[in-house]
Design a protein around this ligand. Structure first.
Ligand code: DAK
Length: 278
Protein backbone atom coordinates (compact mmCIF):
# COMPACT_ATOMS: atom_id res chain seq x y z
CA UNK A 1 0.00 0.00 0.00
CA UNK A 2 1.35 3.44 -0.89
CA UNK A 3 2.01 6.09 1.76
CA UNK A 4 -0.98 8.09 0.50
CA UNK A 5 -3.31 5.07 0.55
CA UNK A 6 -2.13 4.25 4.05
CA UNK A 7 -3.06 7.77 5.22
CA UNK A 8 -6.39 7.75 3.35
CA UNK A 9 -7.40 4.48 5.04
CA UNK A 10 -5.82 5.09 8.45
CA UNK A 11 -8.16 4.84 11.44
CA UNK A 12 -6.95 6.37 14.67
CA UNK A 13 -9.11 7.33 17.63
CA UNK A 14 -7.33 10.65 18.16
CA UNK A 15 -6.19 11.59 14.65
CA UNK A 16 -7.93 12.54 11.41
CA UNK A 17 -5.96 12.05 8.21
CA UNK A 18 -6.50 13.10 4.61
CA UNK A 19 -4.51 13.37 1.38
CA UNK A 20 -5.45 15.59 -1.58
CA UNK A 21 -4.88 15.00 -5.29
CA UNK A 22 -1.43 16.66 -5.16
CA UNK A 23 -0.27 14.36 -2.39
CA UNK A 24 -0.57 17.03 0.31
CA UNK A 25 -1.46 15.18 3.50
CA UNK A 26 -3.15 16.54 6.61
CA UNK A 27 -2.92 15.11 10.11
CA UNK A 28 -5.36 16.69 12.53
CA UNK A 29 -5.06 15.99 16.26
CA UNK A 30 -8.67 15.39 17.17
CA UNK A 31 -9.48 16.02 20.86
CA UNK A 32 -11.16 19.42 20.62
CA UNK A 33 -12.98 18.86 23.94
CA UNK A 34 -9.54 18.97 25.64
CA UNK A 35 -8.12 21.62 23.30
CA UNK A 36 -6.26 18.77 21.52
CA UNK A 37 -4.03 18.10 24.54
CA UNK A 38 -1.47 15.35 23.91
CA UNK A 39 -2.75 12.38 25.89
CA UNK A 40 -0.74 9.14 25.96
CA UNK A 41 -3.13 7.82 23.30
CA UNK A 42 -2.48 10.80 20.99
CA UNK A 43 1.27 10.25 21.36
CA UNK A 44 0.89 6.52 20.74
CA UNK A 45 -1.38 7.11 17.70
CA UNK A 46 1.11 9.64 16.28
CA UNK A 47 3.96 7.21 16.89
CA UNK A 48 2.19 4.39 15.04
CA UNK A 49 1.08 6.63 12.18
CA UNK A 50 4.51 8.21 11.66
CA UNK A 51 6.32 4.86 11.90
CA UNK A 52 4.05 3.43 9.19
CA UNK A 53 4.25 6.56 7.05
CA UNK A 54 8.01 6.85 7.21
CA UNK A 55 8.48 3.16 6.39
CA UNK A 56 6.59 3.73 3.13
CA UNK A 57 7.32 7.29 1.99
CA UNK A 58 10.28 8.59 0.06
CA UNK A 59 13.44 6.76 -0.77
CA UNK A 60 12.65 3.57 1.18
CA UNK A 61 12.82 0.48 -1.05
CA UNK A 62 10.75 1.32 -4.09
CA UNK A 63 10.51 5.10 -4.15
CA UNK A 64 7.10 6.30 -3.01
CA UNK A 65 6.28 9.94 -3.67
CA UNK A 66 2.54 9.61 -3.24
CA UNK A 67 2.84 12.06 -0.33
CA UNK A 68 4.65 15.30 -1.19
CA UNK A 69 3.94 17.44 1.86
CA UNK A 70 2.24 17.32 5.23
CA UNK A 71 0.16 19.72 7.30
CA UNK A 72 -0.13 19.21 11.06
CA UNK A 73 -3.17 20.88 12.62
CA UNK A 74 -5.50 20.74 15.59
CA UNK A 75 -9.23 20.01 15.28
CA UNK A 76 -11.75 22.75 16.05
CA UNK A 77 -11.23 26.50 15.97
CA UNK A 78 -9.94 27.08 19.51
CA UNK A 79 -6.67 25.28 19.76
CA UNK A 80 -3.79 23.80 17.83
CA UNK A 81 -2.58 21.81 20.87
CA UNK A 82 -2.80 23.06 24.48
CA UNK A 83 0.15 20.91 25.58
CA UNK A 84 0.56 17.53 27.16
CA UNK A 85 -2.53 16.23 28.95
CA UNK A 86 -1.98 17.70 32.41
CA UNK A 87 -4.61 15.58 34.20
CA UNK A 88 -3.10 12.39 32.78
CA UNK A 89 0.46 13.51 33.59
CA UNK A 90 -0.44 14.30 37.19
CA UNK A 91 -1.20 10.62 37.80
CA UNK A 92 1.90 9.20 36.09
CA UNK A 93 4.73 7.62 38.06
CA UNK A 94 8.35 7.97 36.97
CA UNK A 95 8.29 4.79 34.84
CA UNK A 96 5.09 5.83 33.05
CA UNK A 97 6.54 9.32 32.50
CA UNK A 98 9.67 7.77 31.04
CA UNK A 99 7.63 5.59 28.65
CA UNK A 100 5.45 8.56 27.64
CA UNK A 101 8.50 10.81 27.24
CA UNK A 102 10.40 8.24 25.20
CA UNK A 103 7.53 7.76 22.77
CA UNK A 104 6.90 11.50 22.57
CA UNK A 105 10.52 12.24 21.77
CA UNK A 106 10.53 9.51 19.10
CA UNK A 107 7.47 11.20 17.58
CA UNK A 108 9.43 14.43 17.27
CA UNK A 109 12.30 12.59 15.59
CA UNK A 110 9.96 10.75 13.20
CA UNK A 111 8.44 14.08 12.18
CA UNK A 112 11.88 15.56 11.55
CA UNK A 113 12.93 12.60 9.40
CA UNK A 114 9.95 12.67 7.00
CA UNK A 115 11.29 13.05 3.46
CA UNK A 116 8.89 15.83 2.40
CA UNK A 117 8.14 19.33 3.74
CA UNK A 118 6.00 19.48 6.88
CA UNK A 119 4.14 22.57 8.06
CA UNK A 120 2.41 23.20 11.38
CA UNK A 121 -0.82 25.16 10.78
CA UNK A 122 -1.40 26.79 14.16
CA UNK A 123 -4.81 28.24 14.96
CA UNK A 124 -5.41 29.03 18.64
CA UNK A 125 -3.33 27.68 21.52
CA UNK A 126 0.13 26.23 20.94
CA UNK A 127 1.32 25.79 24.51
CA UNK A 128 3.92 23.47 26.02
CA UNK A 129 3.92 20.25 24.02
CA UNK A 130 1.78 22.09 21.44
CA UNK A 131 4.49 24.63 20.72
CA UNK A 132 7.03 21.81 20.76
CA UNK A 133 5.18 19.56 18.31
CA UNK A 134 4.74 22.55 15.97
CA UNK A 135 8.51 23.01 16.07
CA UNK A 136 9.01 19.42 14.84
CA UNK A 137 7.66 20.60 11.51
CA UNK A 138 9.91 22.33 8.99
CA UNK A 139 8.15 25.63 9.58
CA UNK A 140 5.09 27.12 11.24
CA UNK A 141 2.29 29.18 9.72
CA UNK A 142 -0.35 30.60 12.09
CA UNK A 143 -3.48 32.67 12.39
CA UNK A 144 -3.18 36.15 13.89
CA UNK A 145 -5.06 34.90 16.97
CA UNK A 146 -2.65 32.04 17.72
CA UNK A 147 -0.85 32.06 21.06
CA UNK A 148 2.47 30.38 21.80
CA UNK A 149 4.22 29.55 25.05
CA UNK A 150 6.22 27.06 27.11
CA UNK A 151 4.41 27.14 30.47
CA UNK A 152 5.95 23.93 31.90
CA UNK A 153 7.91 25.56 34.77
CA UNK A 154 4.56 26.74 36.14
CA UNK A 155 3.64 23.05 36.51
CA UNK A 156 6.93 22.10 38.14
CA UNK A 157 8.15 20.58 34.88
CA UNK A 158 10.56 21.44 32.14
CA UNK A 159 9.71 21.15 28.44
CA UNK A 160 9.95 17.44 27.61
CA UNK A 161 9.02 17.36 23.97
CA UNK A 162 12.12 19.11 22.64
CA UNK A 163 11.44 22.69 23.80
CA UNK A 164 14.82 23.16 25.46
CA UNK A 165 16.47 21.81 22.30
CA UNK A 166 14.46 23.30 19.46
CA UNK A 167 13.02 26.63 20.63
CA UNK A 168 16.36 28.44 20.66
CA UNK A 169 17.00 27.30 17.09
CA UNK A 170 13.92 29.25 16.01
CA UNK A 171 14.10 32.30 18.28
CA UNK A 172 17.69 32.45 19.62
CA UNK A 173 18.95 31.57 23.07
CA UNK A 174 17.88 34.73 24.95
CA UNK A 175 14.26 34.67 23.71
CA UNK A 176 13.99 30.92 24.39
CA UNK A 177 15.26 31.43 27.95
CA UNK A 178 12.86 34.33 28.45
CA UNK A 179 9.94 32.16 27.31
CA UNK A 180 10.92 28.95 29.14
CA UNK A 181 11.94 30.56 32.46
CA UNK A 182 8.84 32.78 32.70
CA UNK A 183 6.22 30.59 31.04
CA UNK A 184 5.03 33.75 29.27
CA UNK A 185 2.55 33.51 26.41
CA UNK A 186 3.41 35.35 23.22
CA UNK A 187 1.06 36.51 20.48
CA UNK A 188 1.29 35.28 16.92
CA UNK A 189 2.73 38.65 15.88
CA UNK A 190 5.44 38.36 18.56
CA UNK A 191 6.10 34.78 17.50
CA UNK A 192 6.56 35.93 13.93
CA UNK A 193 8.86 38.75 14.97
CA UNK A 194 10.92 36.28 17.03
CA UNK A 195 11.25 33.88 14.09
CA UNK A 196 9.06 31.11 15.48
CA UNK A 197 6.32 31.66 12.91
CA UNK A 198 7.09 32.19 9.24
CA UNK A 199 3.74 33.60 8.01
CA UNK A 200 0.54 34.91 9.58
CA UNK A 201 -3.02 34.75 8.24
CA UNK A 202 -6.24 36.52 9.20
CA UNK A 203 -8.25 33.38 9.93
CA UNK A 204 -8.29 29.58 9.75
CA UNK A 205 -9.47 29.38 6.12
CA UNK A 206 -6.77 31.80 4.98
CA UNK A 207 -4.22 29.81 7.01
CA UNK A 208 -5.09 26.51 5.30
CA UNK A 209 -5.15 28.17 1.87
CA UNK A 210 -1.75 29.70 2.60
CA UNK A 211 -0.22 26.41 3.72
CA UNK A 212 -1.64 24.65 0.65
CA UNK A 213 -0.26 27.32 -1.70
CA UNK A 214 3.21 26.94 -0.22
CA UNK A 215 3.16 23.15 -0.28
CA UNK A 216 1.83 23.26 -3.84
CA UNK A 217 5.06 25.06 -4.79
CA UNK A 218 7.03 22.21 -3.21
CA UNK A 219 5.06 19.59 -5.19
CA UNK A 220 6.43 21.15 -8.42
CA UNK A 221 10.05 20.56 -7.32
CA UNK A 222 12.09 17.37 -7.36
CA UNK A 223 10.97 15.25 -4.40
CA UNK A 224 14.28 13.40 -4.26
CA UNK A 225 16.16 16.72 -4.13
CA UNK A 226 13.87 18.01 -1.37
CA UNK A 227 14.40 14.81 0.61
CA UNK A 228 18.16 15.07 0.18
CA UNK A 229 18.19 18.78 1.07
CA UNK A 230 16.12 18.06 4.18
CA UNK A 231 18.37 15.21 5.31
CA UNK A 232 21.45 17.32 4.64
CA UNK A 233 20.08 20.23 6.69
CA UNK A 234 19.19 17.88 9.56
CA UNK A 235 22.66 16.33 9.52
CA UNK A 236 24.52 19.64 9.33
CA UNK A 237 22.57 21.22 12.22
CA UNK A 238 24.92 19.66 14.75
CA UNK A 239 28.09 20.02 12.66
CA UNK A 240 30.72 22.76 12.40
CA UNK A 241 30.67 24.85 9.23
CA UNK A 242 33.59 22.89 7.90
CA UNK A 243 32.00 19.48 8.63
CA UNK A 244 28.69 20.74 7.30
CA UNK A 245 30.24 21.80 4.02
CA UNK A 246 31.75 18.31 3.65
CA UNK A 247 28.32 16.75 4.28
CA UNK A 248 26.74 19.13 1.78
CA UNK A 249 29.40 18.37 -0.82
CA UNK A 250 28.80 14.63 -0.76
CA UNK A 251 25.03 15.06 -0.87
CA UNK A 252 25.32 17.62 -3.70
CA UNK A 253 27.51 15.25 -5.71
CA UNK A 254 25.09 12.36 -5.06
CA UNK A 255 22.34 14.26 -6.93
CA UNK A 256 24.31 13.98 -10.19
CA UNK A 257 22.97 11.35 -12.55
CA UNK A 258 19.76 10.85 -10.60
CA UNK A 259 16.63 10.72 -12.81
CA UNK A 260 15.31 13.95 -11.24
CA UNK A 261 18.58 15.79 -11.83
CA UNK A 262 18.73 14.60 -15.45
CA UNK A 263 15.08 15.64 -15.91
CA UNK A 264 15.50 19.03 -14.23
CA UNK A 265 18.59 20.08 -16.12
CA UNK A 266 17.32 18.65 -19.45
CA UNK A 267 13.99 20.45 -19.04
CA UNK A 268 15.81 23.73 -18.46
CA UNK A 269 17.95 23.29 -21.57
CA UNK A 270 14.88 22.27 -23.65
CA UNK A 271 12.94 25.26 -22.27
CA UNK A 272 10.15 23.09 -20.89
CA UNK A 273 8.79 22.42 -17.41
CA UNK A 274 10.31 19.40 -15.61
CA UNK A 275 8.10 16.44 -14.72
CA UNK A 276 8.78 15.11 -11.23
CA UNK A 277 9.36 12.52 -9.97
CA UNK A 278 11.26 11.55 -13.12
N1 DAK B 1 -4.41 18.99 29.44
C1 DAK B 1 -5.61 18.47 29.73
N2 DAK B 1 -6.77 19.12 29.52
C2 DAK B 1 -6.70 20.37 29.05
C3 DAK B 1 -5.46 20.98 28.75
C4 DAK B 1 -4.27 20.23 28.95
N3 DAK B 1 -3.07 20.69 28.63
N4 DAK B 1 -5.70 22.23 28.27
C5 DAK B 1 -7.03 22.36 28.30
N5 DAK B 1 -7.63 21.26 28.75
C6 DAK B 1 -9.06 21.02 28.92
C7 DAK B 1 -9.59 21.77 30.14
O1 DAK B 1 -9.34 21.02 31.31
C8 DAK B 1 -11.05 21.87 29.79
O2 DAK B 1 -11.68 20.65 30.04
P1 DAK B 1 -13.16 20.60 30.74
O3 DAK B 1 -13.00 21.32 32.03
O4 DAK B 1 -14.06 21.33 29.76
O5 DAK B 1 -13.43 19.13 30.85
C9 DAK B 1 -11.06 22.07 28.29
O6 DAK B 1 -9.79 21.59 27.85
C10 DAK B 1 -11.15 23.53 27.90
O7 DAK B 1 -10.14 24.24 28.57
P2 DAK B 1 -10.42 25.58 29.41
O8 DAK B 1 -11.79 25.55 29.98
O9 DAK B 1 -9.29 25.75 30.35
O10 DAK B 1 -10.36 26.66 28.25
P3 DAK B 1 -9.95 28.20 28.37
O11 DAK B 1 -10.27 28.77 27.04
O12 DAK B 1 -10.54 28.82 29.59
O13 DAK B 1 -8.36 28.20 28.59
C11 DAK B 1 -6.09 27.49 28.09
C12 DAK B 1 -7.55 27.72 27.57
C13 DAK B 1 -5.29 26.84 26.99
C14 DAK B 1 -5.44 28.84 28.47
C15 DAK B 1 -6.16 26.60 29.37
O14 DAK B 1 -6.94 25.43 29.05
C16 DAK B 1 -4.81 26.16 29.81
O15 DAK B 1 -4.06 26.89 30.47
N6 DAK B 1 -4.46 24.90 29.50
C17 DAK B 1 -3.19 24.32 29.91
C18 DAK B 1 -2.09 24.87 29.07
C19 DAK B 1 -0.73 24.37 29.52
O16 DAK B 1 -0.28 24.66 30.65
N7 DAK B 1 -0.12 23.60 28.65
C20 DAK B 1 1.19 23.03 28.94
C21 DAK B 1 1.01 21.68 29.54
S1 DAK B 1 2.55 21.04 30.04
C22 DAK B 1 6.76 15.36 27.85
C23 DAK B 1 6.39 15.89 26.68
C24 DAK B 1 5.73 17.04 26.67
C25 DAK B 1 5.43 17.67 27.83
C26 DAK B 1 5.78 17.13 29.02
C27 DAK B 1 6.46 15.97 29.06
N8 DAK B 1 7.54 14.17 27.90
C28 DAK B 1 8.05 13.75 26.60
C29 DAK B 1 7.71 13.57 29.12
C30 DAK B 1 4.69 18.87 27.76
C31 DAK B 1 4.24 19.43 28.86
C32 DAK B 1 3.15 20.36 28.65
O17 DAK B 1 2.71 20.59 27.56
Amino acid sequence: MSAADFLKNAKFETLKTAVDELGIATIEINRPQALNALSALVVSDLHELLTELSSRAGLNGEQDWSVRGLILAGAGDKSFVAGADIAEMRDMNEMQALAYAGKAQEVTKLFGALPFPTVAAVDGWALGGGCEIAMCCDFIYATESAVFGQPEVGLGLIPGFGGTVRLHRFVGSAKAREMIFTGMRITAAEAQEAGLVTKLFADRDALFNGVHETLKLATKQSPTAIARAKATMAATESQSISEGLTTELSNFAACFGTPDMVEGTSAFVAKRKPQYPA
